[in-house]
Design a protein around this ligand. Sequence first.
Ligand code: N2P
Length: 360
Amino acid sequence: MKKLTTLSSVLALCAGAAAADGILNVYNWSDYIAEDTIAKFEAETGISVNYDVFDSNEVLEAKMLTGASGYDVVVPSIEFMARQAQAGVFAEIDKAALSNYGNLDQGILDIIAVNDPGNTHGVPYMMFTTGIGYNVKDVAARIDADKIGSWDMIFDPETVAKLADCGVAVLDSPSEIMAPALNYLGLDPNSEDKGDLQKATDLLMSVRAHIRYFHSSQYINDLANGDICVAVGYSGDVLQARDRAAEAGQGVEVAYAIPKEGGQVGFDMLAVPDDAPNPENALKFINFILQPQIAADITNYVYYANPNTAATEFVVPEVAGDPGIYPPADVAAKLFSLKPHSPRFDRSLTRAWTAIKTGQ
Ligand code: N2P
């Protein structure tokens, strides 16, 4: 018995040592990976993954700027990653360790390089638009057809007032709501002008009473269950709500619109914190994600477009042909992307956002 105990404790120690070498700590957006991606990575590499989720860049940024997050891979949007990289938060990506890097679309890498010169600090993961998810029947019963799929559903007091009773939700994301508000007013969505920020703040204040809540992931289930009828949300999340509604079979029909006035297109990046405990495993994970079939599996599951050219042939036709996931050229022409904020503008924006949320 004694011997057995000794043997098993030795084995346990070995297993412990192996696990210490074989760990990866991932911090990703909620609802942003296929069901089997992590299991496949663990099976292929023997690395065991701790997987945590967040739903806003601000939450991730606070962790990154504090440091010692313990994460090996995180997923900031490019405009947030750019300034975090400037603060020295991320390691340089060793592209020589990524045999699948060549699968990435060079055109997309070039766009990203505007904010991450040389594509030094991140590898693009998925792309999204920010638009309007809505309950088809509830909305049709309340507003004119020509208002459906317009930012009027959020920013025109008269229109949003008609939707308030069935529930309007807005992302708790200052930059991603202020930008379309500015755009709606005919201003530059990336303006850092104080007067422009005041105009956009006034616009949001004028509709504030009709907004039920600000949250960046709750709307998926609420749309699917018919508990709200409009949400400013992320493309794939709204499309996941559409599927959940259809599966529930309760007659709720959800649709996604990239508003006709234009909306934000964004890029989320795989990045490795400078103090990551397992940086080699981080690169193994990134290289794994860059496999065409793996990237396509994620797109097919979460309804976000990936930047992997070699994955295209594995994206199923319903997804590849969905204009909410792969916007057609005329819609794409109206999309805008966000630039990194200066710290000064960011402070004003945070103050304005608090005022908007509290309605004061
Ligand atoms: C996933 C949201 C990802 C798009 N739920 C926003 N970066």
